[in-house]
Structures are given as C-alpha cells and as structure tokens.
Design a protein around this ligand. Structure first.
Ligand code: NAD
Ligand code: UDP
Length: 339
C-alpha cells in the first residue's frame, strides 16, 4: 500500500518541488500550509505536474489544536517539516517573530507525531549552521558556529529539538537535511520560487533584473580572498534537492540507519557570484545589468558541501548541471511575468 507523507510548508518553494518528487516516487502526499509566504498556485502547480489531486489543508502549524485535526484526518507516518519563516534580515529586525513561528511549529510537529503514534520527521536545516567554517568543504562533523541571526539560531535549535526528542522518545526518528543554496525551478516552469517584495537571494534578483523588474543587480563585494574576489557558495538545483527528501523518507520508511541523522545536501562544487552571473548570461543568451557594490553585512566568504555522506548513505547525488538549473530559473521568471 502507498505510504503517506505530510509536507508542512508544501505550498512554498522547496515543499512544492518535494511534493512532486514524492508523488513521482509513489507516495501519497498531504500538503499543509498557512500561506503566510505562498499562495495556492504552488499547490495547483503540484497538481498539474503530477496529475494527482494532492490534498491541501490550510493550517497554521503553530495552532496545535487545528494542526491536530490533520493528524486525525490523515494516516501519514512521516512528515517533512518545511513550514518556517526564512528571511535572515527580517529575523534580525524581528527575532521574536522567528522564534515563535519556527520553534513552536517544530515543537508541535514533534508533540503531535508522538501523541498520534507517528514516526519519521525530516527537518529543513541549512548550511547557515556552519557559519564561516574553519574547514572547507564542510562535512556533517564540521562544528556548527554560533548563529549570527535569529533565523540561523532557529535552525540550530530545531536540529537540537529533533535530536533530543528522538533520543528520548521511542519510535521517533529524525533526519536533518542541511541545504546549501537552492536555486532554479521545475522543468515544467509550473512551480518555482515566489519571493515577496525585493528578493534577498542572488538568483531571484538576477532573474528579476533580467526581466526588467529590478534595474541592476548589485554584486556584494569583489574584494574577498577568493579567485575573483566574490563569495563562493554551493548552488543546489531545486529538483535535486527535492529528490534528497525522497531519499531521506525512503531511508526512514525502510528502517535503515540511526535514529537521528544529518546530511549535507549540496553539489560539492563552489561557484562564485561572478561565475554564476556569467553562466546565467551565457545559457540564456542575454546580458545582465550589474555593478559591484560593498560587501553585505553578515555574509560568509565561502561555504560548500562535502556530499560524500549523502552520496554513499542516502544513495543520492546532485545531477542537474548549473546550466540547466539557470535555464529553468529564467524560464520560471518568464512564466511568472508572462514574458
Ligand atoms: P517558502 O517560504 O517558500 O516555504 C515555506 C512555507 O511554509 C511557505 O509556504 C509558508 O507559507 C509556510 N509556513 C511558514 N510558517 C508556517 C506555519 N506556521 N504554518 C504553516 N505553514 C507555514 O520557503 P522555502 O525556501 O521553501 O523553505 C522551506 C524550508 O527550507 C524552510 O524551513 C527554510 O528555512 C528552509 N531552508 C530554505 C533555504 C532556501 O534558501 N530557500 C535554505 C535552507 C533552508
Ligand atoms: N548576492 C549578491 N547580490 C544580491 C544577492 C546576493 O551579490 O543581490 C551574493 C551574496 O553576497 C552571497 C551570494 O550572492 O555571496 C549568495 O547570496 P544568497 O543571499 O542567495 O545566499 P546566502 O547568502 O544565504 O548563501
């Protein structure tokens, strides 16, 4: 019989792509989201791509009583918990908004999974937990650095909540996936990233500049101690990232592995901001308006993943090329803007 997975935050960017890959892998999916940073188009996109009327429940994971109803209604044994706020700058300006939403929703997930006798939790963590790492590429054993934002702190705290809960409560298992920089969109261009307001992340800023929504991309710093002076990141294709979640669920469902595990989800390749911009221009045959601007406060110089553990243990690896991913990002922007 098909197993069911609850995808919290499944109307959002990573959750919607993951829902598609779960259905493709033979799982039933239930999407829960309060639409605080998304709209129903994400769910509609999932339904159109899969041809499956994936159930959607509009619910706030912080509202435990309302969230509990979903556990009564659906017999899922696994949850992938994406539901969280994610804007780093906003979290510094309004930390309580982030602690309340990200911690409470996580604690409710853990409590309800226990109360309803459900077992497997995958948590969306982030490479931000490594900060400015002393060793590169970072492995899962690379020490975490003190967080420099409330957002980053919620990722560390939620990892710890999951670790401690799994150690204490029989039957509960957890996997924390530490994402590097997710970019791109589904090849159908029916789902993708929908930033609200001015994009904070590099690729949406690039695509909106190419679309004429933003005048000029600012490259934050060309005087870093890297080959071309710009920062290095590990840009992971969104469909590849989505598939890593399927691998994590497969692993838990089959009962393999330890009760609590951590995996880096990246490509293992460091790409500079200039290289990313040049690649975007080349593969989409356009010229981008950009300028060099001062460094952005809080940016780490370089971080990229050692992916050996995910490759070997999860049997997962990133497959889409940067060229393909940046083509998909532009195709999605054109779809959104009707260009
Ligand atoms: P997103 O904002 O597109 O998706 C998150 C979804 O969760 C949104 O649809 C939002 O409406 C929903 N949500 C937020 N709080 C909720 C609540 N209390 N109850 C129900 N729904 C709620 O963001 P995303 O990029 O898809 O990120 C998903 C997860 O991955 C987040 O936990 C984020 O912190 C994490 N993550 C993202 C990145 C990235 O660069 N996108 C990197 C590392 C980790
Ligand atoms: N960046 C940039 N201009 C922008 C947005 C980002 O030069 O408008 C740079 C940023 O300084 C960093 C890289 O692009 O070096 C990735 O930034 P993003 O915010 O996408 O991810 P993160 O900083 O979380 O890794």
């Amino acid at each position: 019989m098909k197993k069911t997975v609850l995808v919290s935050g499944g109307a959002g960017y990573i959750g919607s792509h993951t829902a598609v890959e779960l259905v493709a892998a033979g799982y039933n999916v239930v999407i829960a989201d309060n639409l605080s940073n998304s709209d129903r188009s994400g769910v509609e996109g999932v339904r159109r791509i899969t041809g499956v009327e994936v159930p959607f429940v509009e619910v706030d994971c912080c509202d435990k009583a309302a969230f509990a109803k979903l556990f009564e209604q659906y017999a899922f044994d696994s949850v992938i918990h994406f539901a969280a706020f994610k804007a780093v700058g906003e979290s510094v300006a309004d930390p309580m908004k982030y602690y309340r939403n990200n911690l409470l929703s996580m604690m409710n997930v853990v409590d309800l999974m226990r109360e309803y006798g459900r077992h497997n939790i995958v948590f969306s963590s982030s490479a931000t937990v490594y900060g400015e790492a002393d060793e590169l590429p970072v492995t899962e054993r690379t020490p975490r650095k003190p967080a420099t934002s409330a957002y980053g702190n919620t990722k560390q705290m939620c990892e710890d909540i999951l670790r401690d809960a799994v150690a204490a409560y029989d039957g509960l298992r957890g996997i924390a996936l530490r994402y590097f920089n997710p970019i791109g969109a589904h090849p159908s261009a029916l789902i993708g990233e929908l930033p609200r307001g001015v994009p904070q992340n590099l690729v949406p800023y690039i695509t909106q500049t190419a679309a004429g929504v933003r005048e000029c991309l600012s490259i934050f710093g060309d005087d870093y101690p890297t080959e071309d002076g710009s920062c290095l990141r590990d840009y992971i294709d969104i469909v590849d990232l989505a598939k890593a979640h399927v691998a994590a669920i497969d692993r838990m469902v089959t009962g393999d592995g330890e009760n609590y595990e951590i995996f880096n989800v990246g490509t293992g390749r460091a790409v500079s901001v200039f290289e990313l911009v040049r690649t975007f221009e080349r593969v989409n045959d356009l010229s981008l308006n950009y300028k060099v601007a001062p460094r952005r406060a809080g940016d780490v110089v370089a971080v990229w993943a050692d992916t050996e553990r995910a490759n070997k243990v999860l049997g997962w690896r990133a497959e889409r090329s940067l060229d393909e991913t940046l083509r998909s990002a532009w195709a999605w922007e054109r779809y959104v803007r009707k260009l």
